[in-house]
Design a protein around this ligand. Structure first.
Ligand code: AMP
Ligand code: MG
Length: 478
C-alpha cells in the first residue's frame, strides 16, 4: 500500500489541516470489497477501518485537510464554500499506479462549515452510496463509495436524524469551483499553483505541451459532455449542478436530491428546492455548458477569448455524439451513417405523452419483434395507431440491419438496465437502516451492481414505483 498527500503538501496554502471527529458509537456497516481490492488497501475488517479512521496515530489522518473552493450556486457566485463537512484523508496509489483520493464525508466542522454542524445524516450517505455504485455499474462516470459508517449521534435537520459518514473515492476532489475561487479572488499565483499541480498529477500527458491550458479545458469539456450524455440516456437527474458540485474529471459528483426518472417527464425536477427547474432533467445539457463557461473564466489568464470559445464550441458535438451512440444502442440500432434520430425521438415522445416508465419501457423494447403485429408492448399504449406507425418504421430499419433478433436483443440488454436506483426503494432501504437493519441496503446493492442481468431473485427491485413512490419529496438537506 502506498499513501501520498500531494495536495495537502504541495498546495498547503489552499487547505486547512483538520482532523476527523468521531461520531458517538461509530460503527462501520459496509465496506466496498471490490473497490478496496482495486485500491490495494490493507484494512479489511470493520474494526480495522474504525481504528484507522479515528485513532490519532493513523496514517489516514496525519495529513487530513479541508479544501478551499467556491462555486456558482443556482447561477450566483459564492466565494464562501469549501469542505464544510468533509476532509481529504489521503491519496492512495493503487497497485496499477493510479492515484485516488479518500475523502471522509460527515467528518465534523471545518473552517468552511459556516454555521452548520459539519455532519452528514444516514439518509444522505446511504443515498450517495447507492447512487455512486448504481451509476458506476451502469458505466456512468462517477465518484465511488468505499465505506459507510453509522452512529448513535443525533443530528438535526428538519427533524432529528442519525449522523453517519462515508468515504468517497475519486481521482481527485478538484471541482470547477476550486479554479473559479482563485480566479475570482484574483489570487492568480495560487491559481497558477493549482494549474501546475493539476498538470503534474492529473493531466500529466499534457504538461509539456505549449497548448496545455487549451488541451486541459478541452478534456474537461469532452468528459463533462460525455457524462451528461449518459445521464440523459439513462434518465438520471442530478438536481444540484452548482459549479462546486462539478468535477474536473467529468464524473458525477456530490449526490443530493438526485433521481432516476420513473415516468418519462422530460422536464422533471427532482430537487424540490428548485421550483424554477434550473436543474431539471432536460436542462442538464445546457447547464453543463453554462458551468463550463464559468470554469473557462479561470482559464482566461492563459487563453484568449477566441481560444476559449473554440474549445467550448466542441461541447455540443461531443454530447450529441455520445448521446446518439448510447441511444442507438438502447434502441437496437447498429452504428452506421444513417440518421436514426427520428425513430429514437418518436419513441421518446410516445413515452413522454403516455407517461411511461423510462427504464421499464426501454427494457421492454429489447424484446421488440419486427414481425409481431400485436404484442403486450403495443397493447400497453393508448395511441396504438401512433405506436403502429412507429413500429413499422422501426421494423423496416431493423430488417435492413441484418442483425439476428436474439443477438440484437442481448446487445440491447447491455444498454437498458433492468435495475435502476429508484427513490422509493432507496427510501425503504433508509427506513430499515434507521432501525439498524442494513440487510435491504445490502441486497439492493447486489441488484444495482448487476443492473443489466435478468436475475429473478432480485425481481422486486425491478418494479416501477407505486403511486405513492412517484411523489416522494426528497429533501435537499443532508
Ligand atoms: P452541498 O449542498 O452538500 O454541495 O454543500 C454546499 C456547501 O455547504 C459545501 O461547502 C459544504 O461543505 C457545505 N455544507 C453542507 N452541509 C454542511 C454541514 N452539515 N455542515 C457544514 N457544511 C456543510
Ligand atoms: Mg457540494
Amino acid at each position: 500500500m502506498r499513501l501520498d498527500h500531494s495536495y495537502a503538501n504541495e498546495l498547503s496554502e489552499l487547505v486547512t489541516p483538520v482532523l476527523p471527529q468521531a461520531l458517538k458509537n461509530a460503527r462501520v456497516v459496509t465496506i466496498n470489497q471490490s473497490l478496496l481490492d482495486q485500491l490495494g488497501l490493507p484494512w479489511h475488517t470493520h474494526d480495522e477501518w474504525l481504528k484507522v479512521l479515528f485513532s490519532a496515530a493513523s496514517p489516514l489522518n496525519q495529513h487530513s485537510v479541508a479544501q478551499k473552493y467556491g462555486g456558482h450556486q443556482f447561477g450566483h457566485w459564492n466565494p464562501d464554500l469549501g469542505d464544510g463537512r468533509g476532509v481529504l484523508l489521503s491519496e492512495v496509489i493503487a497497485p496499477n499506479g493510479e492515484r485516488w483520493d479518500l475523502h471522509l464525508k460527515g467528518a465534523g466542522q471545518t473552517p468552511y462549515s459556516r454555521f452548520a454542524d459539519g455532519r452528514a445524516v444516514l439518509r444522505s450517505t446511504i443515498r450517495e452510496y447507492l447512487a455512486s455504485e448504481a451509476l458506476f455499474h451502469l458505466g456512468i462516470p462517477t465518484s465511488r463509495a468505499l465505506c459507510l459508517i453509522a452512529s448513535d449521534e443525533m443530528v438535526y435537520r428538519e427533524k432529528s436524524e442519525h449522523g453517519a459518514m462515508m468515504i468517497r473515492v475519486c481521482q481527485s476532489h478538484l471541482r470547477f469551483g476550486h479554479f473559479e475561487y482563485f480566479f475570482h479572488s484574483q489570487q492568480l499565483d495560487k491559481l497558477e499553483h493549482l494549474f501546475d499541480y493539476s498538470f503534474k498529477y492529473h493531466f500529466t500527458e499534457l504538461s509539456d505541451s505549449p497548448d496545455r491550458y487549451a488541451l486541459m479545458l478541452s478534456r474537461i469539456v469532452q468528459d463533462t459532455a460525455k457524462m451528461i450524455a449518459s445521464w440523459q440516456a439513462f434518465g438520471f437527474n442530478h438536481g444540484v449542478m452548482n459549479t462546486d458540485n462539478m468535477s474536473i474529471h467529468g464524473i458525477t459528483f456530490d449526490f443530493g436530491p438526485y433521481a432516476f426518472l420513473d415516468d418519462f417527464e422530460p422536464n422533471y425536477i427532482c430537487n424540490h428546492s428548485d421550483p424554477q427547474g434550473r436543474y431539471s432533467f432536460d436542462s442538464q445539457p445546457g447547464v453543463g455548458l453554462w458551468n463550463l463557461n464559468a470554469l473557462a473564466m479561470a482559464f482566461s489568464p492563459y487563453l484568449s477569448r477566441q481560444q476559449i470559445t473554440e474549445v467550448l464550441n466542441q461541447y455540443e458535438q461531443h454530447l450529441l455524439t455520445e448521446y446518439g451512440h448510447i441511444m442507438r444502442a438502447k434502441c437496437g440500432l447498429k452504428p452506421n451513417n444513417v440518421d436514426n434520430s427520428a425513430i429514437i425521438n418518436e419513441w421518446l415522445d410516445m413515452l413522454a405523452s403516455e407517461k411511461k416508465d423510462y427504464s421499464v419501457y426501454f427494457r421492454l423494447l429489447c424484446d421488440f419483434e419486427p414481425k409481431l403485429g400485436v404484442s403486450s408492448l403495443r397493447d400497453s399504449f393508448i395511441d396504438r395507431t401512433r405506436f403502429d406507425r412507429w413500429a413499422q418504421r422501426l421494423a423496416h430499419t431493423l430488417s435492413e440491419q441484418n442483425w439476428p433478433q436474439e443477438q440484437r436483443s442481448a446487445s440491447m440488454k447491455q444498454y437498458n438496465p433492468k435495475f435502476v436506483l429508484r427513490n422509493y426503494l432507496a427510501q425503504q432501504v433508509i427506513d430499515k437502516a434507521e432501525q439498524g437493519d442494513f440487510s435491504l441496503f445490502e441486497t439492493y446493492l447486489v441488484a444495482l451492481s448487476q443492473p443489466f442481468a435478468d436475475n429473478p431473485e432480485l425481481e422486486k427491485f425491478a418494479a416501477p414505483p407505486p403511486d405513492w413512490g412517484k411523489t416522494l419529496e426528497i429533501s435537499c438537506s443532508s
